[in-house]
Design a protein around this ligand. Structure first.
Ligand code: ADP
Ligand code: ADP
Ligand code: MG
Length: 458
């Protein structure tokens, strides 16, 4: 039975995106919010809204019983978790199903299996997908971590099996470093994820981060091509593109086919992403993890392919078959997304949650602004600093960068600092223009003072 009343257990720009997708499908949108979010845009746009608790996430957006009670009280038949918060919690997916509601995502078992990076690596290998050389399973102690590192060669990455958001990761160049850093990664993982399990894999030097968007209905799976997210700070994405200009057609085909093979092997349902590292010199790609949810950067894929990923995930989770076959999914031009955060890029990205005094949105053909701002809106200080995303689409990558500059110049947000100056500086950089970068490029670029030198606010 198709979904009729969708409960949105998230906030910010992704809540707005989901409310709009639901309403376009004729679905009644019920927006959950904390006490700090009563005036957020998704609440205003939704057909109905309900408070689920106090400002801190642990008392609202992460509180499973409060969310389930509100969903049942409002007569919802499905819950969309968005990204972050409970989106990758098998316990939440299980509780939603046990309450007789639809979880808009894969099964709890799939989330559990693919959310454990060690199990996901094993599933990838079994499906014939290349993974970064590393430990066979978790490493139980420092001695076995050292043994693995000596087998695969330094430098190595120590990673949390339950990791996410760039946390619980360390790079060790020597045995001594490994001995010091492994306990650090373990305690960070314990604190952040309640699971101190670690594994070790080879650190790929200067790789590009390339990921494949997939959609599945539990039986069939398709891909919507790849995105490149190599411009990262603290292992978090800053600027994303679709497609990856560095790939030749043959490599792109092999990469996307490997993602579909893995999605089919786990009977994937909903929207998901397989993340890979790409060694450009060797023309080799390696699976690193799967995100079993909609991603922040999904709009670049939507602009590249014309597929509405959020609508499609809602429909397949409501029981429909995929609405398209692989050969109906084509790519046109090039799309770029930049993340706008309420941070001061000239002050080491210090959070800056101000009140929006004036807002002038960027407009024009091929320009999309996914956000949750309005004039007078006070950004609450309790949550992630992401305010929105500016997305542009044009015939070529060069034209897309030009369009991004026009859009960011036209946009005006007064009353809060944003990371827009960073994106303008990146767009003006010759290496970015040439597509000549990798995951370890942005941090040294910032440390070298490129932003302050070019910005006028410093
Ligand atoms: P994407 O690949 O979609 O960019 P991110 O890793 O940036 O994913 O995460 C998306 C959102 O989820 C961000 O708001 C981030 O802060 C949050 N997030 C990611 N992993 C976790 C986690 N394990 N716990 C809490 N929040 C997380
Ligand atoms: P998270 O779950 O926190 O997103 P990922 O496994 O996706 O963690 O890794 C985050 C980022 O860390 C990657 O995009 C990449 O920049 C870097 N990274 C992860 N594994 C490796 C590796 N083996 N070699 C080099 N860089 C890596
Ligand atoms: Mg990742």
């Amino acid at each position: 039975m198709a979904i009729q009343r969708l409960f949105i257990a998230n906030r910010g720009e992704i809540a707005v995106r989901i409310v709009r997708a639901a309403q376009a499908l004729g679905i009644h949108a019920i927006q959950a919010h904390s006490e700090a979010d009563t005036d957020m845009l998704a609440v205003k746009l939704a057909d109905e809204a309900v408070c689920i608790g106090p400002a801190p996430s642990k008392d609202s957006y992460l509180k499973i019983d409060a969310i389930l009670k509100a969903a049942k009280d409002t007569g919802a038949d499905a819950i969309h978790p968005g990204y972050g918060f409970l989106s990758e919690s098998p316990a939440f997916a299980r509780a939603v199903e046990a309450a007789g509601l639809i979880f808009v995502g894969p099964s709890a078992d799939t989330i559990e299996r693919m959310g454990d990076k060690v199990a996901a690596r094993q599933a990838a290998e079994a499906a014939g997908v290349p993974v970064v050389p590393g430990s066979d399973g978790r490493v139980e102690d420092v001695a076995s971590a050292v043994a693995v590192a000596e087998r695969i060669g330094f430098p190595v990455m120590i990673k949390a099996a339950a990791g996410g958001g760039g946390r619980g990761i360390r790079v060790a160049k020597t045995v001594e470093e490994l001995k010091t850093l492994a306990p650090q990664a373990k305690s960070e993982a314990e604190a952040a994820f309640g699971d101190g399990g670690l594994y070790v894999e080879r650190a790929i030097l200067s790789p590009r981060h390339i990921e494949v968007q997939i959609l599945g209905d539990g039986e069939n799976a398709v891909h919507c091509y790849e995105r490149e997210c190599s411009l990262q700070r603290r292992r978090q994405k800053v600027w994303e593109e679709a497609g990856a200009a560095c790939l030749d057609d043959e490599t792109r085909e092999a990469l996307c086919a490997s993602a579909v093979a893995l999605a089919k092997a786990v009977n994937y349902r909903g929207a998901g992403t397989l993340e890979y590292l790409y060694d450009e010199a060797a023309n080799q790609f390696f699976f690193i993890e799967m995100n079993t949810r909609i991603q922040v950067e999904h709009p670049v894929t939507e602009m590249l392919t014309g597929v509405d990923l959020v609508a499609e995930m809602i429909q397949v989770c409501g029981g429909a078959k995929l609405s398209m076959t692989q050969d109906q999914i084509t790519r046109t031009g090039h799309a770029i997304e930049v993340r706008l955060c309420a941070e001061d890029p000239f002050m080491n990205f210090m959070p800056w949650p101000g009140q929006v005094k004036t807002l002038k949105e960027p407009t024009g053909e091929g320009v999309r602004f996914d956000h949750f701002l309005s004039e007078g809106y006070q950004i609450p200080p309790f949550y992630d600093s992401l305010l929105g995303k500016v997305i542009v689409h044009a015939e070529t990558r060069d034209a897309a960068i030009d369009k991004l500059v026009t859009a960011l110049t036209e946009m005006e947000i007064e009353g809060t600092k944003t990371t827009a100056p960073l994106h303008l500086a990146l767009a003006a950089d010759p290496a970015v223009r040439a597509g000549d970068f990798h995951t370890q490029w942005l941090e040294p670029w910032l440390e070298a003072g490129n932003l302050t030198a070019k910005g006028d606010a410093a």
